[in-house]
Structures are given as structure tokens and as C-alpha cells.
Ligand binder design. Structure first.
Ligand SMILES: *[C@@H]1O[C@H](CO)[C@@H](O)[C@H](O)[C@H]1NC(C)=O
Ligand SMILES: *[C@@H]1O[C@H](CO)[C@@H](O)[C@H](O)[C@H]1NC(C)=O
Ligand SMILES: *[C@@H]1O[C@H](CO)[C@@H](O)[C@H](O)[C@H]1NC(C)=O
Ligand SMILES: *[C@@H]1O[C@H](CO)[C@@H](O)[C@H](O)[C@H]1NC(C)=O
Ligand SMILES: *[C@@H]1O[C@H](CO)[C@@H](O)[C@H](O)[C@H]1NC(C)=O
Length: 262
């Protein structure tokens, strides 16, 4: 135990630059954050999986490079040191690691693009979302989220902690954890169940497979979809079942995490 603690403390001493994880649904809007105090030259580059310059600022004059021009732009606050990039709509290949550089200062941003599997459920019906993860090794917990709220947390010792509104409405495959089957069943589906569902293991550090579903709830054949920057209860009527109609901010997705400077 003591050994493990020392190991962690040592690792945290080694932690070098600040980095931020940002996630977004496919085709949605996202901000790649970068704030710098006065800086003569700022460069945004993509560093993984490809290496290329995305945008640059010299003497407060900023420009986005060809190939990124259509969907990336700077904020109108670059004169205040806000060199964040606005990306809209996000495409799958936008995922990866970005670096915003001013002299020797680096800000790292990891962009994750979530592509949920769309599913439709009738109001009052039961729905099962198949999720799997490798639990052979020392996986101790599973978490299912609706947007960024807890649906269920399961501990290896069998303890379960349902989220608000899901008490007595969720179940798992019996004995499934042992075989990596983390499928989630929601009974008596309600309109408020519509939206993004994700599954993680190990304190939300590892994604389930598949990682995400978008539930559309049908009522009299009409599908209710969450709208732009939804508060959990804001809905719009639409007969479309298009995932692209759903917009969730990184914060609502619960995946805007910051690793502070070591
Ligand atoms: C920035 O501005 C200064 C003076 O206004 C000028 O001398 C310099 O060449 C400019 N640099 C670039 C990269 O445009
Ligand atoms: C920047 O743009 C936003 C809307 O896009 C606007 O509300 C704001 O006033 C603008 N700020 C400046 C300094 O131009
Ligand atoms: C920088 O601009 C982005 C996009 O407009 C905004 O979300 C963010 O809050 C701004 N940061 C600061 C420190 O004002
Ligand atoms: C949904 O599941 C519950 C609990 O397992 C069961 O009692 C009910 O009959 C199911 N409803 C439908 C429509 O299958
Ligand atoms: C399972 O583990 C959690 C935390 O690790 C603990 O709070 C809970 O009491 C345990 N439950 C059982 C049934 O041992």
C-alpha cells in the first residue's frame, strides 16, 4: 500500500504540461481552449495522429490554415489573450491531440469525438443497451451515464448505486460482469430518458464497447429529441430521428477534464 502511494506521488512530480480533454458529439460545435497572456506569436498545431499547423497568430493578426479554414475559427477575443479555436461542425477526423504554443508555453488539448448508436424506444416499453468491457483484469467498477448524470454505478463486490430517477427501473445481465457483459436494461421508458448514454469502467477512465447510444423516445409515433444546450427537461418535437439534432456541450457530456500543471 505504502509502496503504491509513493509510486503515485513520484509520478505526479513527473507530470509536465497542462492538458485538457474535450469531447463532442459528431457534427456538433466545440471550443478548443487556449488562453495566453500577451503573446507575439501563437501557433495551433495538431500533433497526433498527424502533425500539421492548424492556425497561427502574428502581431495579433490570426489566420487559420487551408484545410482547416472551413470549420475552424478564432474567437473575437484574441486581443484579450483568448486564442481558443471554435470548431463547427466537428468531423470524426478532427479527433486527436492539439497543441497551442506561445514561445515555450504549451497548452495541450485532446479532442474526443463521440459517435453514439441511435436507438428508438416507445414510451413505457423496456429497452436494453448492450455494453461490453474487458473485466478479466482488475476492473473494480462500472459507471453508466445519461449525459453527465449517473444512471448506475456498479462495484465488483455487487453493490449498486442507481442515479436519481432510475431507482427500481434499471437492471443488468445477471452475472454479466464476470463475462464482460455490462448491458443495461431500462424499464418503463419515460420521455426524460431520451439522450446520450455512455458506459465506462475503472472510475470512468476506460470506455465500454460500444461506448455510446442515443435514445429517442417515441410517443404516438413522435420522437422527442433534446435540443440545443438542453437543460435536462427541454425538449422539442420532431418526427426526425436524426442524431445530429442533438447538441450537448462538453460540460454536459461530462468529458471536459483538466489536468492541472504538475
Ligand atoms: C510585428 O510588428 C512589428 C512592428 O509593428 C514588425 O516590425 C514585425 O515585422 C511584425 N512581425 C510580423 C511577423 O508580422
Ligand atoms: C464577440 O462575439 C459575440 C457573439 O459572437 C458578441 O456577443 C460579442 O459582443 C463579441 N465581442 C467583441 C469584443 O466583439
Ligand atoms: C474564450 O473564448 C471561448 C469561446 O468564445 C469561451 O468559451 C471562453 O470562455 C473564453 N475564455 C475566457 C477566459 O474568456
Ligand atoms: C418490462 O420489464 C418489467 C420488469 O422486468 C416487466 O414486469 C414488464 O412486463 C416489462 N414490460 C414490457 C412491456 O415488456
Ligand atoms: C463494496 O465496495 C464499496 C466501495 O468499495 C463499499 O462502499 C461497499 O460497502 C461494498 N459493499 C459490499 C456489499 O461489500
Amino acid at each position: 500500500m505504502k509502496c503504491i502511494w509513493i509510486h503515485c506521488a513520484f509520478l505526479s512530480l513527473l507530470k509536465v504540461p497542462s492538458s485538457q480533454a474535450v469531447c463532442v458529439l459528431l457534427d456538433q460545435f466545440v471550443v478548443l481552449p487556449c488562453e495566453m497572456r500577451s503573446c507575439a506569436a501563437v501557433q495551433w498545431s495538431k500533433v497526433n495522429p498527424i502533425q500539421t499547423t492548424v492556425a497561427e497568430c502574428h502581431n495579433k493578426s490570426c489566420s487559420v490554415k487551408e484545410g482547416f479554414l472551413e470549420r475552424f475559427r478564432f474567437t473575437n477575443q484574441t486581443n484579450k489573450g483568448n486564442y481558443s479555436l471554435l470548431l463547427n461542425p466537428t468531423k470524426y477526423n478532427d479527433r486527436g491531440a492539439y497543441k497551442c504554443t506561445c514561445g515555450r508555453i504549451n497548452k495541450d488539448v485532446i479532442l474526443e469525438v463521440i459517435v453514439p448508436i441511435p436507438v428508438s424506444a416507445d414510451e413505457s416499453s423496456n429497452i436494453t443497451l448492450p455494453f461490453y468491457a474487458d473485466t478479466q483484469t482488475n476492473v473494480n467498477d462500472v459507471t453508466w451515464l445519461h449525459s453527465s448524470s449517473n444512471v448506475l454505478r456498479y462495484m465488483k463486490n455487487g453493490s449498486t448505486y442507481p442515479g436519481e430517477g432510475y431507482e427500481n427501473r434499471i437492471s443488468l445481465t445477471e452475472g454479466g460482469f464476470k463475462y464482460g457483459d455490462l448491458s443495461l436494461t431500462i424499464t418503463a421508458v419515460q420521455q426524460t430518458d431520451a439522450g446520450l448514454y455512455r458506459c465506462f469502467v475503472q472510475d470512468e477512465s476506460t470506455k465500454g464497447d460500444p461506448h455510446a447510444y442515443m435514445i429517442h423516445v417515441a410517443m404516438n409515433g413522435i420522437h422527442l429529441l433534446p435540443t440545443l444546450n438542453l437543460s435536462p427537461l427541454a425538449w422539442t418535437r420532431s418526427s426526425a430521428t436524426n442524431v445530429r439534432d442533438v447538441q450537448l456541450t462538453a460540460k454536459e457530456l461530462g468529458c471536459s477534464q483538466q489536468t492541472p500543471n504538475g
